[in-house]
Ligand binder design. Structure first.
Ligand SMILES: Cc1cc2nc3c(=O)[nH]c(=O)nc-3n(C[C@H](O)[C@H](O)[C@H](O)COP(=O)(O)OP(=O)(O)OC[C@H]3O[C@@H](n4cnc5c(N)ncnc54)[C@H](O)[C@@H]3O)c2cc1C
Length: 349
């Protein structure tokens, strides 16, 4: 993705233009999470003590002498127990281990649903990363196809279905006219993958012998596409802070575990506050409310800036003439759309 362009009510604002960066790869490259996980598993395999149990589900905590001492799990060969000096719950937003520990997250934002779907992408397509107005649509360029996310109020999917597919297609066409010619490819509701989005946070990330990190400690929304950064940073902080404690005789103390929360809670909280600020006005609170444009205040603020300021990326080192850039975008947008090819829907990353 060469830049981040947001279109609210027909006016495009470029938040970041990576093509200005004097680096070898002046763009964002999207990578499916399973590739990242395979990469990490491959690197970890170099350590003789590393053991990866695939298709194995942690079902409960083992507790001994007032502390967590391992997990019970079910694998391909049946139930098993894994004992450990420290259990790290990195099992995501619906964490089983967190629930077994009776750790309750507090909600940080009202829930919303995201409908993910795919449409073919053609050379010359120019679709802004974010299109707001009557609803909100995020478009991720995946090379051969567009991965699209349409936000609706939580639980409004049934209402959307009752209104029918043509009405849904019209909602998308209003936000992304460039994709109108291929919307017929959404020929059934099974083309859409509904995902509930919730932003929440544990007040306390740990118990003796147990530490929650990533979404298990603080579920992020997809807004900004930074959730995995925070999850990986939690893991790095935990490794750096707890490594020495694990090398000592005995088990990590609660103070050791608290040091990880102390290090990581603030970035999670600030990022969530930013995401909640974006989400608050991103979509109509009622599906039927299509009378107003919905734009997060930060976008409105950017729209108010003169073009050169609005186009300055946080890490840019130079500023080419806005006219040349505007000309390039206009040329990109005027490219003719090509016919759809009928790719099937895929699940989100
Ligand atoms: C729709 C959507 C789009 C997103 N897009 C982006 C993006 O573009 N960029 C970005 O940075 N972030 C994105 N995020 C956020 C990102 O996905 C999360 O922040 C990140 O995946 C959290 O990592 P995690 O390891 O904490 O949890 P997860 O990635 O959810 O991993 C949890 C893992 O634990 C496993 N698991 C669950 N329960 C058990 C169990 N009982 N036993 C064993 N294993 C279990 C799961 O199978 C899973 O592999 C997006 C989120 C959503 C919802």
């Amino acid at each position: 993705m060469p830049d981040v362009t947001v279109d609210i009510g027909g006016r495009a604002v470029t938040f970041a233009d990576f093509t200005r960066l004097h680096v070898r790869c002046p763009y964002i490259a999207f990578m499916p999470q399973w590739d990242v996980l395979d990469f990490l598993a491959g690197k970890a395999a170099a350590y003789p003590s590393f053991r990866l149990l695939r298709s194995t589900e942690a079902t409960d905590l083992i507790r001994e002498a007032g502390r967590v001492a391992g997990v019970r799990a079910t694998g391909p060969d049946g139930p098993l127990e894994v004992r450990a000096d420290l259990v790290i719950a990195a099992d995501g937003r619906r964490s089983t281990l967190r629930a077994r520990a009776s750790l309750e997250p507090g909600a940080a934002s009202p829930p919303m649903d995201v409908l993910w779907f795919h449409l073919p992408r053609r050379d010359g397509d120019r679709v802004p990363f974010f299109q707001g107005g009557k609803g909100a649509l995020v478009a991720i360029d995946r090379g051969e196809f567009w991965q699209l996310a349409y936000t609706i109020p939580a639980g409004a999917f049934e209402e959307l279905k009752e209104a029918g597919l043509p009405a849904f297609r019209e909602r998308i066409a209003a936000l992304a006219p460039a994709l109108r010619d291929r919307l017929e490819l959404i020929d059934g509701w099974e083309r859409l993958h509904r995902l509930a989005v919730r932003v929440d946070r544990l007040p306390r990330w740990h118990l003796p012998g147990l530490l929650c990190i990533g979404h298990a400690a603080h579920a992020m929304s997809p807004a900004g596409g930074v959730g995995i950064n925070l999850a990986v940073q939690d893991a790095v902080a935990a490794a750096n802070l707890l490594g020495p404690a694990l090398l000592r005789p005995g088990v990590p103390s609660e103070a050791d575990l608290a040091s990880v929360q102390a290090r990581r809670a603030w970035p999670a909280k600030v990022t969530q506050a930013f995401q909640v600020g974006i989400l608050r006005d991103l979509y109509p609170k009622e599906l039927s409310d299509d009378t107003a444009e919905h734009a997060p205040p930060i976008f409105t603020a950017f729209k108010a800036l003169p073009p050169p300021a609005a186009c300055t990326p946080a890490c840019a080192r130079s500023s080419p003439a806005p006219r040349a850039r505007a000309g390039r975008r206009a040329a990109d947008r005027s490219s003719p759309a090509t016919p759809p090819d009928g790719r099937p829907a895929r699940p989100p990353p």
